[in-house]
Design a protein around this ligand. Structure first.
Ligand SMILES: Nc1ncnc2c1ncn2[C@@H]1O[C@H](COP(=O)(O)OP(=O)(O)OP(=O)(O)O)[C@@H](O)[C@H]1O
Ligand SMILES: [Mg+2]
Length: 253
């Protein structure tokens, strides 16, 4: 196995004239929680899409366990993705299915799991996100925070060794955001997943990080713990972490 579970090397991606990723380099070791922090439009989702093979970069490599998923034939790419969790920015669930059916779906479809193991694993995943009681509800009956937790349970029900999160706290109130962040940390500790968490939520980043990289000008420009990054004598970072910036930012999204 590759020494780094996630490895991005000199990654470039443009859309027309817009050069979004301009040589991103980053790595995550096994069981590490790597935060990718950056402003809206900095290319965080594009980076994740390259890693999971939804987009093909123009140059460079985005590797998961040493492989570029976007270079694999469809069948092999689908095989690899069975063991990679991805919590979408929108956290989409199947609305017509109950919580139980939502969680059963990846287990049955990808791994052919049957009862009694099926029920046990669904119940265990829901317990991990403290939603055992919601098993027979439909997504419409749940709050935004609960839906996010169910979406998370649906990803971890297969116990993926690699997990990607795109803005896991977007659209949630501060207390629920904190709860989700604590949950992400806890799940990582229990399941020893290697995770890349894309966010612009400082509270989330502080709770979840083993290490944080900041995407700036299309590159992973800074790296460290948030606490260290905040202390760096760099005008961009000072501005980035200042409350003014966050208020301004909150108004612009
Ligand atoms: N499929 C696409 N076609 C054209 N442009 C795209 C496409 N996907 C992303 N972009 C552009 O690339 C830039 C980066 O987008 P991306 O979604 O990665 O930003 P982000 O950092 O995830 O932002 P946010 O925090 O708002 O989610 C944006 O300017 C966006 O318009
Ligand atoms: Mg995004």
């Amino acid at each position: 196995m590759a020494r780094f579970v996630i490895e991005v090397r000199d990654l470039h991606k443009s859309f027309g004239e817009q050069h979004v990723l301009r040589g991103v380099n980053l790595r995550a070791e096994e069981a590490e929680n790597l935060i990718v922090f950056g402003r809206s439009g900095s290319g965080k989702s594009v980076l994740l899409k390259c890693l999971i093979g939804l987009m093909t970069p123009d140059a460079g490599k985005a590797l998961v366990n040493g492989e570029a998923i976007y270079e694999l034939p469809d069948r092999e790419a689908s095989e690899r993705l069975k063991t990679v969790g991805f919590l979408y920015q929108s956290g989409a669930l199947f609305d017509s299915m109950s919580v139980r059916e939502n969680l059963e779906f990846p287990l049955v479809k990808n791994f052919g799991v049957e009862d009694p193991e099926l029920t046990e694993r669904v119940e265990r995943a829901l317990e991990r996100v403290s939603l055992a009681d919601a098993i027979d509800k439909t997504p419409a009956e749940l709050s935004g925070g609960m839906r996010k937790r169910v979406a998370l349970a649906r990803e971890i029900v297969v116990e993926p060794p690699v997990m990607f999160y795109d803005e896991p706290t977007t659209g949630l109130d501060p207390i629920t955001s904190k709860e989700i962040s604590v949950l992400i940390r806890k799940l990582q500790e229990e399941l020893k997943m290697t995770s890349v968490v894309v966010t612009h939520d400082l509270v989330c980043a502080r709770i979840v990080e083993d290490r944080t990289v900041i995407l700036r000008g299309g590159e992973a420009a800074h790296e460290g713990k948030i606490e260290e990054l905040e202390r760096m004598d760099d005008p961009f970072l000072k501005n980035f972490f200042s409350s003014e910036f966050h208020e301004e930012y909150a108004e612009s999204v």
